[in-house]
Design a protein. Structure first.
Length: 37
């Protein structure tokens, strides 16, 4: 049971990291657009 919880926590951390990466990339693109204006 504990192993399952650990795996679940790692999975959630991975998802959170993935979301953070996507958000960062989105913000970078917005900054690129603003700098071109």
């Amino acid at each position: 049971m504990a192993k399952l919880r650990i795996a679940e926590a790692h999975g959630l951390a991975g998802i959170a990291a993935d979301v953070a990466d996507k958000e960062e990339a989105r913000q970078d693109r917005q900054l690129d657009k603003l700098s071109k204006i």
